[in-house]
Every structure is written in C-alpha cells, then in structure tokens.
Design a binder for this molecule. Structure first.
Ligand code: COA
Length: 504
C-alpha cells in the first residue's frame, strides 16, 4: 500500500488517512454534503455507505448535493435509511424517486449548470463537507478527480471541510484528462475563454489548501456500470430519421459532414443515434456533452471522433474494462470539465452544438415535458437538457410516439408539465418521423407534429382536438376544458384512447 500511495498522496497528508467509519462519525444532523458523482461515475462511495451504516443505529438527516445521479445504490440506501432531508440537482433511482413523490424527500430539480452558481453566490445553505473521489492529490495542492468532475470543484472551494476518497484502483493515466476552470462570481466574470471543444482552459486538478482536508479515506470500489440499452427496431428507426434530418441540413449547406459539436443525452435513443454514426459518412466528429457513454468510445475506436469533452464517463462493465484497461489509447481525445463548464450556456451557444435529448411527452405546439409523469410525479429531473436546449444551434427532442403498450400517447394536446417551451424546441423525432419546427408558426407546427410524429392510433383524436380548438381562435388555439383530456382519460380509464378499439 505504501508503494501504491507514493505517487498519489503527498507525504505530508499521510497522517490524515482515516477509515470511512471514522469519517462518518464527524457528521451531525442537519448538515449539508457536497458529493462527487455524475451519472454513476466518480462518486464518493465509502463515506456515504458508512453514513448509511451509522444511521441504522443513530438516525439523522443530511442534505445531499451532487453533480447528478449516483451509482453504488447510494441514493437508494441513503433514502431507505431516511438519511436524506433535501436532495439536488438530479437523481435516477427508483427508491428515492418514490420518497420524493411521497413527499418524504424534498427534491430540487435543477438545471445542472445552475447548482455551482447558487453555491458560489451563497444562495444554497453552506456545505459542511465536500466528499470527493480522487485518483491522486498532487504535491502542489490539487485533487485530481476520477471518472467525473461534476460539481466537485465548487464543493471543494466552498465547503467548510473536505474529505477525499482516494481510489487506488483506477488507472493513474486519468491524471491530465481533467480541465478544471472555475469562473469568477457573477458580475465580475470574464468571458469563458473556450472557443473549441478541444480547448483546455484550466488546471489538471481542483486546487485545495491542505489544511482544509479533514480526512483521506482509501478505497478501491469501482463505479457502477451504466445500464446501457442496446438499440432496438424503434430506437434504430428514430436514429435513422434523425440522420435523414442531418443529411438535409448538409444538403442545405447549413452543416458539413463533420456536423457540429454533439451533445447527446443518456438513454437508448441517444445510444442508437451514436451507433448509427459508426457506419455513416460523418467524420471528424466533436462531442461537447455532459456524459460520454459506450458509443462515443466505439466512435473513437472507429476513428470517427476527434475530441470528446464532457463532465463524466459512464460505461457498461464490458466497455469500462476495455477503456480503463487501455486508457492511454483514449486519453488525448478526452477532456473532463466541471459541469458548469460542460453545460455553460455561453459556450453552448458559441460552439453551436447539436443537442439531442429525450422527452416524456411533447404537445402539438412543441412544448416538452421531460420530467413529470402525468404532470405531477417526478421521473428523474431536467438534468442538463435545459442548459443545452435553450442555447444549442439545433435542439432536438426524441421520444417514442406511445408509451405503456400504446395506452399513453407521447404527443398530447398540452403537456402536463413544461420543461422546454416551444421557443426552445427545433426538431421533434419519434419512430413515426420528424417535425422540423424552425420557422413555423404554432398552427403550422401543430399540423406537422400530428402528421409526422404522432402514432396512427392517436392521430384522429389529436386532429379532432386541434380542429375544435381552431374554432376558438387564438395564436395558439386551445380548448382549456379539454387541454388535459388525454391525461384525464388515462387516469380514469388506463388509456388515453377515447375510442378503445373493440377486439373479438
Ligand atoms: N408518460 C408516462 N410515462 C412515460 C411516458 C409518458 N408520456 N413516456 C415514457 N414513459 C415511461 C416509459 O414507459 C418508461 O417506463 P418504465 O421505466 O416503467 O419502462 C420510462 O418512462 C422511460 O422511458 P424510455 O422510453 O425508456 O426513455 P428513457 O429511458 O430514455 O428516459 C427520460 C426518458 C425523459 C425519462 C430521460 O431521458 C430523462 O430523464 N430525461 C431528462 C434528463 C435529460 O434529458 N438529461 C439529458 C442530459 S444527459
């Protein structure tokens, strides 16, 4: 162990090594924790799990801030144990989701670029402990994060105490992948000097004064693998529609075959889209995104990706073994940044990203709901989709046209919750086709969305609504009494279909 630590931990810090249980004993009821971790990557694991153990005999509550979702069942175990009072800014776990929807956990669903600003400005309660996973601490005072950066830089900068989980089981080649840039406070901020996805504008680690490190916990736990869903016929069809759209943009001279920096959200469609690019004519692609999933590394292997910038790397077990077993091969193409930089609106607008994210439902005028099932129940959260949607060159939302075996239409008269307004949405893609909404007035959009994106079993019902709404007039015609008729029908009858087909 002594030898293992020689290059990753300064001699002067060795006296700060403690067990996870000892670190867990420092926490008090009501404290606020800033944990590293973004989409199951680079999360602090040992101390949160030790807190769960402690809470079994000594119940208490803390507020938990992170980069995004956590792995290692941390959200599940902490919320099961009743440890979490307030959680932000994103989660994807079934157990905490239930607690949130029961009102047992308070959840702030937040644009992922906003958390750092609120911490910096002192709007959110002060962070008592930043707990961050690291691959090394350097002699010159930097914590080198592992597979994600997330909000760790601002947590470390602002927390009263810092605990480092030093993971000795990760390739040391991770040192040099990160680019840590912390903007000045608002009002005094200079332009962020990033004009290409490949630019490095910061330091290789998170600056920290050693006297602020209260403890160092040694770990070897690896990240939870991503739950990647391989392309199926429907997601493949959606990917093909999207590629047809991109080809039309090339024909029109608005893009060339290198496209534009790509931001692709997590999930099955995103994965299918990237897979589709493997055998496409597109080349020299740039990725300026939040998360790098398996498909990005497949594209690097195929020589299709020039540079991939994000805030985390989330891989399946198989791909993880391949990538981390051979990290040198990928290193010069990768940059991991703080999430406030990967998602920074100024940069997204400057680079002109093509942003592809997923909707739960879309309405006939192009408003998008990505978060709330039936308008009230939290699914995951808005994540970074809003940071990109508002600012991208091309904002694309994808969704299957129906859910739950056809009982839910993902195209509805009026979304039951709005995350992305019609003003921020350029293109909608379902397995039925795509609707390019740019330059279209609401009445034109409604016709195109119903025609190109709705499932045939809901088309007539949507048209009936729209034609009746037209009789009422308006810039954006609606019949308010019936705007949620699809959702009300689903709640009452278990289907949005008004006329359920008779089967013999
Ligand atoms: N109403 C109710 N439920 C719906 C629905 C609708 N209109 N549309 C889909 N669902 C259900 C599906 O049936 C599925 O349920 P299941 O888990 O019980 O099978 C679930 O929602 C997920 O749908 P799926 O089609 O598998 O899509 P997904 O896994 O890609 O997730 C989002 C879709 C919208 C939940 C997810 O992309 C998300 O959280 N997005 C917001 C954050 C974001 O965009 N981040 C991007 C930056 S990384």
């Amino acid at each position: 162990m002594e030898k293992e630590l020689s290059n990753v931990l300064p001699e002067s810090l060795k006296g700060k090594i403690v067990s996870a249980d000892e670190a867990a004993s420092w926490f008090e009821n009501g404290m606020t924790l800033g944990l590293s971790g973004f989409t199951r990557a680079g999360d602090a694991k040992a101390v949160p799990l030790a807190l769960v153990e402690r809470a079994k005999t000594d119940p208490f509550k803390v507020n938990v801030y992170t980069g995004a979702s956590l792995g290692s069942d941390i959200d599940k175990l902490m919320s099961e144990q009743g440890l979490i009072a307030k959680r932000l800014p994103y989660q994807t776990d079934n157990t905490i989701r239930k607690k949130i929807n029961q009102g047992d956990v308070l959840y702030i669903d937040q644009h992922l670029s906003h958390t750092a600003e609120l911490v910096r400005a002192g709007v959110l309660p002060e962070i008592d402990f930043a707990i961050v996973e690291a691959v090394a601490i350097t002699e010159d005072g930097m914590i080198i994060p592992t597979t994600s950066v997330g909000n760790s830089p601002i947590f470390v900068q602002k927390a009263k105490n810092v605990i480092v989980e030093l993971n000795t089981n990760l390739p040391k080649e991770l040192v040099g992948v990160h680019d840590i840039y912390l903007p000045e406070k608002q009002g005094e901020r200079k332009p962020i000097p990033l004009t290409n996805s490949s630019d490095r504008i910061g330091k290789i680690g998170i600056p920290v004064e050693f006297d602020r490190i209260k403890g160092i916990v040694l770990t070897t736990e690896t990240d939870s693998p991503s739950t990647i869903v391989q392309p199926d016929e429907e997601t493949q069809t959606m990917a093909n529609h999207l590629m047809s759209f991109l080809r039309k943009e090339i024909e029109a001279g608005r893009l060339d075959k290198t496209l534009a920096p790509l931001q692709i959200g997590v999930g099955s469609v995103a994965n299918a889209v990237l897979h589709g690019m493997l055998t496409s004519e597109f080349y020299d692609l740039e990725v300026y995104s939040e998360v790098l999933q398996d498909a990005v590394f497949d594209l690097i292997d195929a020589g299709k990706v020039k540079v991939a910038s994000a805030t985390s790397i989330t891989l399946s077990e198989e791909k993880g073994n391949e990538v981390y077993g051979n990290f040198e091969k990928y290193k010069d193409k990768l940059i991991l940044r703080p999430q406030e930089i990967s998602n920074y609106p100024e940069i997204v607008r400057r680079l002109g990203t093509i942003s592809i994210n997923t909707a739960l439902e879309v309405d006939i005028y192009g408003n998008v709901n990505s978060t709330h099932v039936s308008g009230t129940k939290m699914m995951n959260g808005i994540g970074g989709s809003g940071d990109f949607a508002r600012n991208a060159r091309l904002t694309v939302f994808v969704t299957k046209s129906v859910a739950k075996g056809g009982n839910i239409s993902s195209i509805v008269p009026f979304v039951s919750h709005v995350d992305h307004t019609e003003h921020d949405v350029d293109v909608i893609v379902t397995e039925q086709g795509y609707a390019d909404l740019r330059g279209l007035a609401p009445r034109e959009r409604a016709e195109l969305i119903i025609e190109n994106c709705a499932h045939p079993m809901y088309k007539e019902q949507l048209k009936d609504y729209y034609f009746e709404a037209l009789t009422q007039g308006g810039q954006t015609p609606h019949i308010l009494e019936k705007a949620f008729s699809f959702h009300i029908n689903f709640a009452k009858n278990g289907t949005m279909l008004e006329k359920v087909p008779v089967t013999n």
